[in-house]
Design a protein around this ligand. Structure first.
Ligand code: URA
Length: 446
């Protein structure tokens, strides 16, 4: 692809004209095979970031990016193939429970997930804290796992939507990440390449989310739902609040522990409710149930009767964990996962009710201590993180512990002071607000 052709595409973007489909297709194929000048790709990304592109061009772009690599195909029961994408939250461990719970309900989940970069952890990092868990699956291995047990969770790689790998890397260094059409094409192309029938999007909104305001979250949700729908995928976006941490555990090993507790039929209500809401929506989109109440009941059932946990155990074994380790993990995760021997307890100096916990402070400190990355090469320290002992709305007395910090390197005095100030206690009990703010459905008539 020569630079002149890329210039024609840039001019169309700058002049708000439709991009030539044949040129766009050539450009994305060249990006995928790395046969394009990085400077030309940079110019195009900057033009899209600055001027935006139409909804139709976003669909065409997403389609080309999806077609730039392997596409999973499902001959048997394609209407049961589903997935979820979250824009990322603090303590967001939903995928770990959602994939096996949906498989236990009879759906097929070929989930692709990312490693963490930014203040929120990645699903793959969490799973890799399980000894032996292999996330590097080929498209064929993904298909085999899904046919065999109903789900898999694999790391994004260049076999699927390879154009996104280079475009994302260039966006990262050219400050062009925060573009709705580019985010839409990046996320939906990878999901569409899984051969999905239905997709739920969890678009986080709030102080610890990528999208800070409800208006921005809705705009991103509308774009992603419209494009997924334009590619023939049934899609719903759930806009959920991301101010307070999700559930009780934050950090890689610790989030696996909380997930297993939910799969054991216990666990934190906040986490459990989110899993039920997302899974239920996918059951409804797949026509497995007719009402949300029926979907909720089906998901509660598989979380309560051990069948979702059993799918999780099978998924671990299918992805490289020994039978003994997987069995021990599901019975008592503390015996298997890396756990820090050093922890600090944070003690309340006030009496009242927990009204907020600053997720961003917790995430930033956990990241500095190795729970997340600053650079793609950084090594994750799986045992680092927090356990929240007193959640939003709970009564607390002066002298009671509200949170534990699990670490491997001593925190500084500044970090301890910031963590101490990350809880707000009020004299009145305000019940926790529901996570769900609103939903964005596909256009009517679809
Ligand atoms: N996640 C992605 O995969 N792509 C984006 O552009 C943003 C978040």
């Amino acid at each position: 692809m020569n630079s002149e052709d890329v210039s024609i595409l840039c001019d169309a973007v700058i002049n708000s004209e439709p991009m030539d489909e044949i040129l766009l297709s050539k450009f994305i194929a060249a990006v995928a095979s790395r046969n394009v000048e990085v400077s030309a790709a940079e110019s195009w990304l900057k033009a899209v970031h600055k001027h935006g592109i139409s909804a139709q061009d976003t669909i065409t772009l997403t389609n080309e990016m999806m077609n730039s690599g392997s596409i999973l195909t499902w001959e048997k029961e394609p209407h049961l193939v589903v997935d979820k994408h979250s824009t990322g939250g603090v303590g967001d461990k939903m995928s770990l429970m959602l994939a096996p719970a949906l498989a236990a309900c009879g759906l097929k989940v070929p989930m692709l997930a990312g490693r963490g970069l930014g203040h929120t952890g990645g699903t793959i990092d969490k799973l890799e804290s399980i000894p032996g868990f292999n996330c590097n699956l080929t498209p064929q291995q993904m298909q085999d796992s899904v046919q065999q047990i109903g789900c898999c969770i694999a790391a994004q790689n260049d076999a699927i939507a390879p154009a996104d790998g280079l475009l994302y890397a260039i966006r990262d260094v050219t400050q062009t990440i925060d573009s709705i059409p580019l985010i839409t094409a990046s996320i939906i192309s990878k999901k569409a390449a899984e051969g999905l029938h239905s997709l739920v999007l969890d678009v986080k909104c709030g102080s610890a989310a990528f999208m800070k305001t409800e208006q921005d979250a809705i705009q991103l949700a509308q774009s992603m739902v419209a494009v997924a729908s334009g590619l023939g995928i049934k899609c719903q976006a759930q806009i959920t609040s991301m101010d307070n941490p999700i559930g009780s555990h934050i950090g890689n090993s610790l989030e696996v522990i909380e997930s297993i507790e939910v799969l054991q039929g216990k666990g934190h209500e906040d986490t459990r409710n989110l899993v039920i809401m997302q899974a239920s929506s996918l059951l409804l989109l797949s026509n497995v149930v007719e009402t949300t109440a029926e979907g909720d009941a089906m998901v509660s059932q598989v979380l309560g009767d051990g069948s979702a946990l059993n799918k999780f155990e099978q998924m671990c074994i299918c992805q490289g964990v020994s039978i003994e380790t997987a069995s021990m993990l599901c019975k008592n995760p503390y015996d298997v996962l890396p756990i820090s021997s050093a922890k600090i307890e944070f003690i309340s100096t006030e009496k009242g009710y927990v009204s907020s916990i600053n997720s961003l402070n917790l995430a930033d400190i956990a990241r500095k201590h190795g729970a997340g990355r600053f650079d793609i090469e950084d090594i994750i320290v799986p045992e680092v993180g927090f356990i929240i002992i007193k959640n939003i709305g709970e009564k607390i007395d002066s002298g009671q512990c509200w949170m534990e910090f699990h670490y491997t390197t001593e925190p500084t005095d500044e970090e301890i002071s910031l963590l101490n100030s990350s809880i707000t206690i009020s004299q009145h009990q305000n019940p926790p607000q529901p996570r769900l703010i609103t939903v964005v459905d596909e256009p009517r008539g679809k």
